[in-house]
Unconditional design. Sequence first.
Length: 314
Amino acid sequence: MTNTTHRRVDWVRLIWLALLGLPAAPAAALDLALPLSARMTAETSTGAGSYRLPTGPWRDGGLPSLRIEGPITRQAWRLDGQSATTQQIMARLRDQITAAGYEIALDCAARLCGGFDFRFNTEVLPGPEMYVDLTDFRFLSARAPGGDSISLLVSRSSAAGFIQIIRAGESVAPLEVSPSAPPLQTDESEALSAQLEREGHVVLRDLLFPSGVAELGSGPVASLDALAVYLQTHPTTRIAFVGHTDATGSLEANVALSRRRAQSAVSYLRTRHDIPAARINAEGVGYLSPLSTNLTEEGRLLNRRIEAVLIPGE
């Protein structure tokens, strides 16, 4: 049996034990073999590589991380027909990791990780081997006393669960923040203000819609609350909310859906912040202005969005 085959079976054992909720073995037992229960869709290994291990959620324009150097193994697994939620899958994997002697560095879910910014500033194997739903993913990073590190990224589509496992070697650089994006101001209202005035529009990253859905839900929306602050402190400006859809269905139906999405943002500001109707309006362009490809589930999710467009006062 080749080394690659050994690694494939070894990681199947870890996932199999975790999903069954069986007692975890000590760290050395992570390399034991069990019958296949999940399908490995991708694997890359290097004897001398580098990996930025996230150690905190996205904040202040960067991702806190440790640079791990040494042997790196990256794998993606698909769990077809798996009905467990991302929380259930991660909970069982977490139990195995902690019982094996690892110390958790970061354990977060979707929006609390940093949502869009976290997802696109941490390492993710490409689709279709690995799939990440921006509204339903969980991330965990951990380190063993000897320096070995591991990260787990769990998500799912409507048909399957997905797990990414990255194991990294023993040499750890000092704590650092990845300079993957320009620094953002820490106050969200100031950040939105700067982008609106610099670019004239901003995508509201925390508004993510399932296919066919226009409602925002019942909880607070940070980006809309920040826009309310902006409008209150800039009394002559107006904002047009522009709704977008993916390319599923007819243009006529999607334009109507996108307008309802934009109207949901208007209603939020009217109801929660008493912003005058004359200062906010809703438009919809359907699928005519995509941010990403409509050929993948992840791309379609990114295209289902609302943008705020700044309209200066007269």
